[in-house]
Every structure is written in structure tokens, then in C-alpha cells.
Ligand binder design. Structure first.
Ligand code: SF4
Length: 381
């Protein structure tokens, strides 16, 4: 029997946006079948990565690890290597831990947001996305896209991350989820996210093509880009980092495994930050002694480059360097020599790869004996 009640503005908005999503939603591989594992992996990958960059990695990852059991059986190195290029490796470690917890408990993927929330790496948003898309639970998923869309539609004042803003967005998201009896919760959550990803974009919302423009308070007020509000940004921190490329007699490269967050578990070249009053050579010798217990002698500085990690703007100053202590041929405690062709098989950050590319592209040739071949990043702020 058809519903003859007059539609509330929330129900109308919901139906309008859902109809648009069903016609216009992008045909992404994880939308083809609402399989909980695929939804989970895709949502974790998308937390910090754009969909275009994530898709090739996603396909390779779910082919390599088709279910949580396959991931649980893999070593951390294998998992981090499969995650290479996506960054924010803490996500991969948490996914791995969660898969192992499920394997240890002998159960499948939990089917409610509340139970999913207890797994490592799964927050409110991811739990709601998996539960609604894979298990039809009517629970609203609120991510950055949803915050932006709802704050613009209803002119929600304040900043993301602050209680009044988050409380109001949550209230609106819940009301919209329930407005039509909580029907099609997975499609509804994806519809709001899709609008935020493709139409109600951060800098220039395409209001002329927006299916819910008639419902949008900020469009009527001409204040779309005032929402959501932005808290003051932390000032960028400028850092100079001296990095050593040390080879053994077989041409293998010395790397160490990092112990601290956020790069824990990844391999890095020996490196250290420069103090404001010291040369990169001095910093390299001092820092590699204190951080890794080795003594190196910088032999050749090569072209530097800039690298950004969160609010740290890093001027990287690479050196080819000789190992003095331990003596060549001796074991390096905590270190490991890896052949260049095997470096893409160990988990490492993009800075290691960039450094090696710089060094390889400026190797000394017989006709070019200069010690410093290119302008370095040492003068960068
Ligand atoms: S009308 Fe513009 S600001 Fe409002 S939801 Fe649509 S795209 Fe966003």
C-alpha cells in the first residue's frame, strides 16, 4: 500500500538524493557486491586517500587478501608492502590486528556497528559504513564529506571536531537516516558521501548541478563555502633532514626499521634532523651515532628535495656515505643491508625511494668528478 502521508522536508530531501545517487553513483568495484570485507578494506583505504589513487591498490589488496583470514595469515611485512603507496601505515597495521583478532576468535565479520566498533582501527564512521552497506543496519555514517554536505545544507556553525558542531551534524544525520523509515541505509549513506565527493566539493561546490539545491540553506544565503567552519591551522614546521645512503661491498644499501609512530615498522635510511646552526654533514654524523649507534663519513652530497609529512615541511639533504664503525663487512646491530632491486619488497616510505632516485640520477661519472653535483636543499628554510 502506498504511503499517503505528506512527505516531510527530510523525507523529500532523502528521496531526491537517493534517486540521484541511483542514477549517478560511480560504478566503483566495492559497490558491485556489498561484501563486508570489501567494504571494510575500501573504507579504511579511503580514510586518507583519494578514490582514484586508492583503486589500483584496493584491487591488488583484495586479490592478495580475499578475506580477513588471508590477511591474518600474512606477516606484517607482507601487509605493509601491499599497502605501499597509500601512506598512513597505521591503518594497515590496525586492519591486520583486527583480522588476527577475528581469526583468533574463530568468527566472521561482526554484523552490527556496535560490535564492529570494538575491532582495532574501526571508528564510528567505518563501523556505520560497513554495518549499513553490508548488513542493512540503519545507522548514519558521518565522515568529512557528510560533515561538509550537512553543514552546508543546514548552515551548521562551528568547527568539525568541536562538540556543538559534531552534535548538530550527528543529530541531522540520524534524523535523515530515520526520515523514511531507515530504508536502504547503505545506499543513503553512500548517496550523501557521493554528493560530497563529486558535487558538494570543498573549494568550489557545483550547486548548479546539485540535486538537493532546493533544500540547501547556505546556497540560498550565498554562503556555501563558509561551511564547515575552519579552525586555525597549526603553523608549518620547517625541518632539514640529512640522509645517508651507505652501501656495502656488494652494493647493498643499509636500512633500519623505525620504531616510533607514525612510521613504525617501515624501513628508513639512516638520517637525522639538522640543528639550525650546524651543517648537514655534521648533523648526519651526530644523529646517526646517537640514533643508530653507527659512525658514518659523508662522501658526496647530492641534490636535495622537499618532502611534506603532516605539518612538517622537510628539506631532505641526501649524502652518499661510508660506514666507518662498525667496520665494513661487520654486522650492523639493528640494521640490514638490502639489494636495491629488493627494496620495493620491504615496507618503506616514499622518502626512501625519492632519496635513492636522487642518488642514482646523480652518480659520479668518469667525466664528472665534482664532489657536489647539483644544488642541494641545504639552503631551504
Ligand atoms: S546546493 Fe551547493 S552547497 Fe548546497 S548541498 Fe548542493 S552543492 Fe552543496
Amino acid at each position: 500500500m502506498s504511503d499517503l502521508r505528506p512527505a516531510s522536508p527530510f523525507r523529500l530531501l532523502r528521496r531526491t538524493l537517493l534517486a540521484w545517487f541511483r542514477r549517478n553513483g560511480r560504478p566503483l568495484p566495492f559497490r558491485e557486491s556489498p561484501d563486508a570485507w570489501r567494504v571494510w578494506v575500501s573504507e579504511v583505504m579511503l580514510q586518507q586517500t583519494r578514490v582514484e589513487a586508492m583503486l589500483p591498490r584496493y584491487r591488488a589488496f583484495v586479490a592478495r587478501f580475499p578475506d580477513p583470514g588471508a590477511l591474518a595469515d600474512a606477516s606484517e611485512d607482507e601487509v605493509l608492502a601491499a599497502w605501499a603507496g597509500l601512506g598512513y601505515y597505521g591503518r594497515a597495521r590496525a586492519l591486520h590486528r583486527a583480522a588476527r583478532e577475528l581469526a583468533a576468535a574463530g568468527g566472521g565479520i561482526p554484523d552490527t556497528a556496535a560490535s564492529l566498533r570494538r575491532l582495532p582501527g574501526i571508528g564510528d564512521y567505518t563501523a556505520a559504513a560497513i554495518a549499513s552497506i553490508a548488513f542493512d543496519e540503519p545507522v548514519a555514517a558521518v565522515d568529512g564529506n557528510v560533515r561538509r554536505v550537512l553543514s552546508r545544507l543546514f548552515m551548521v556553525e562551528g568547527f568539525p571536531g568541536r562538540a556543538p558542531f559534531e552534535g548538530r551534524v550527528r543529530e541531522l544525520a540520524d534524523r535523515l537516516m530515520e526520515a523514511d523509515g531507515g530504508r536502504d541505509p547503505g545506499d543513503w549513506n553512500q548517496a550523501v558521501m557521493e554528493l560530497g565527493a563529486t558535487v558538494c566539493t570543498p573549494a568550489v561546490p557545483r550547486c548548479g548541478s546539485c540535486p538537493v539545491r532546493e533544500f540547501c540553506w547556505s546556497r540560498v544565503a550565498g554562503r556555501q563555502t563558509d561551511f564547515p567552519g575552519r579552525p586555525p591551522r597549526p603553523a608549518p614546521v620547517a625541518v632539514r633532514l640529512a640522509v645517508a645512503v651507505v652501501r656495502d661491498r656488494e652494493g647493498r644499501i643499509l636500512v633500519f626499521r623505525r620504531g616510533e609512530s607514525p612510521m613504525r615498522g617501515l624501513y628508513e635510511l639512516p638520517c637525522g634532523e639538522c640543528r639550525s646552526d650546524e651543517s648537514p654533514e655534521t648533523a648526519l654524523v651526530r644523529e646517526t651515532a646517537s640514533r643508530y649507534g653507527i659512525r658514518v663519513e659523508p662522501a658526496r652530497e647530492v641534490a636535495g628535495f622537499r618532502h611534506t609529512v603532516m605539518n612538517r615541511r622537510i628539506a631532505v639533504v641526501p649524502f652518499e656515505a661510508d660506514l666507518v664503525d662498525p667496520a665494513p663487512g661487520e654486522t650492523v646491530p639493528g640494521g640490514r643491508f638490502v639489494h636495491p632491486r629488493d627494496l620495493d619488497r620491504i615496507p618503506s616510505g616514499s622518502m626512501l625511494q625519492k632519496t635513492l632516485q636522487r642518488v642514482a640520477s646523480t652518480r659520479r661519472t668518469p667525466g664528472n668528478p665534482s664532489r657536489r653535483l647539483l644544488v642541494s636543499a641545504r639552503d631551504d628554510p
